[in-house]
Design a protein around this ligand. Sequence first.
Ligand code: FE2
Length: 199
Amino acid sequence: MAVEFKNFPLEGKLKGISDRQLQEHRDTLYKGYVNQYNRISELITKGDSSTANPHFSEWGELKRRETWAHNGALLHQMYFENLTEANSTKPGTKTTKLIERDYGSLEAFKADLLNAGKVAPVGWAVWAYSVLDKKTHVFLIEQHMNHTPIGVIPLLILDVFEHAYMIDYGTARPPYLEAFWENLNWNTVEERVAMVPGL
Ligand SMILES: [Fe+2]
């Protein structure tokens, strides 16, 4: 089934993220990943897997790009889903409980998330619950697929590719991270946290 591009109408609602920045990111980058994922999926379905070998085959190259486009589309979708009008939502009951359990306070969680965002290379900072130790962590994903944890439930997605803030801030990432925090959609985060077992 083809993946649909979701239009997140956030124009005029975000603090510190301009409409032009939003539109370039959403309508060029995110849409591009959705389109490429659908194209790659179709070509893999029609392709000839019997040509596979460790060196080169068209089918093999498509398989190598499949995860890149898949994660690029889904991470962007989840990123825009967890944005909304600045300061219009607050952390929900389950989210607050989870943050206090794993970080002690909202302030400590904010510091951990945004500092991870400063450390992250080109890629993502993802707050996620791990089935391994049954705790949440902010994982750093390089590009869309390197160092990607398995066995996790993603709860909050922060894009730290330069394309997420370059138009508004040049190469200065910290003010973008503060703006991201102000624009967080805690209702979306609460829906995701509801999937964490044992809360
Ligand atoms: Fe992005």
